[in-house]
Design a protein around this ligand. Structure first.
Ligand code: CP
Length: 294
């Protein structure tokens, strides 16, 4: 049987997406205590910094009764020059049933085709972040009950954002509309560009992104207050949003840079709700990867 990887949103059909969202809903209430029916050993290999994705995978795995191995690149043989492939092949050889990987290289998983255990992609460079995309979709559906006809505005460093790249095509596939705003040189889909004030008034969902300085080759000079005024969600812009519109952000948030700090936990903000929902969605992904039924 072909192993089930979870690598990009484009690999998932609309039915797959809806199945995961339905299972996530069940994990949020009816099946809170559901345990994996077979003993499973899962290794988390985070080669890049993470708080939410790393620890919500650990939370999901632990709550489901998996045994969890947490790999630390800084004390591993990566320091002796071991390749990503040999590292992952080692985890396969020593008995892991699945690996969850975050890596700074776009599409790192293409070099892992000969790995025989399932790979869950927890973020590849500026490429894909499918578990984030699914938790975003879950949060949107929880609020609006649908995707069809909704307007999603994504604002900020689009070109370096795996969150934006995963969400743009998926949201359009689900019948929603997407526009992008932010510093023009950081928006790689010019066809979707919109003036920020216009976009904020148009959107049902305003998704703010941080500037990913760690991925910029050239120095990007800016002052926080100037960025907020020009490209951020200020209190003034929040007042221009539709009555039922929501604010999202994958986090980490740079308070008072891309969003006014007072808006991070305002009534229409779903930022911490997204993190809570991330655990339900990651449980549903693990269940799907192992082909289990409730
Ligand atoms: N949203 C997200 O991926 O956050 P982390 O980098 O903290 O995992």
């Amino acid at each position: 049987m072909k192993k089930r990887d979870f690598l990009t949103m484009d690999d998932l059909s609309i039915d797959d997406i809806n199945d995961i969202l339905d299972d996530s809903f069940l994990f949020s209430n009816l099946h809170k205590g559901w345990q994996l029916p077979h003993s499973r050993l899962i290794a988390n290999l985070f080669f890049e910094s993470s708080t939410r994705t790393h620890y919500s995978f650990i939370s999901a795995e632990t709550q489901m009764g998996a045994k969890v191995v947490d790999f630390q690149p800084s004390t591993s043989s990566v320091n002796k020059g071991e390749t990503l492939y040999d590292t992952v092949k080692t985890f396969e050889a020593i008995g892991m049933d699945c690996v969850v990987i975050r890596h700074e290289e776009d599409r790192y998983y293409e070099q892992l085709e000969n790995i025989n255990i399932p790979i869950i992609n927890a973020g590849d460079g500026s490429g894909n972040h499918p578990s984030q995309s699914l938790l975003d979709l879950y949060t949107i559906k929880e609020h609006f009950g649908k995707f069809e006809g909704l307007n999603l505005l994504i604002v900020g460093d689009i070109s370096h954002s795996r969150v934006a790249h995963s969400n743009i095509t998926t949201f359009e596939r689900l019948g929603g509309n997407v526009k992008l705003s932010g510093p023009e040189f950081l928006v790689d889909r010019k066809d979707l560009y919109v003036d920020l004030d216009e976009g904020v008034a148009w959107a049902d969902i305003v998704m703010m992104l941080r500037i990913q300085f760690e991925r910029h080759k050239d120095k990007f000079d800016f002052k926080a207050d100037e960025y907020l005024e020009k490209f951020g969600l200020t209190k003034q812009r929040e007042k221009m949003m539709k009555e039922n519109a929501i604010i999202m952000h994958p986090a980490p948030v740079n308070r008072d840079v891309e969003i006014d700090s007072d808006l991070v936990e305002c009534e229409r903000s779903k930022i911490f709700k997204q993190m809570e929902n991330g655990v339900y969605v990651r449980k549903a992904i693990i269940k799907k990867v192992f082909g289990e039924e409730f």
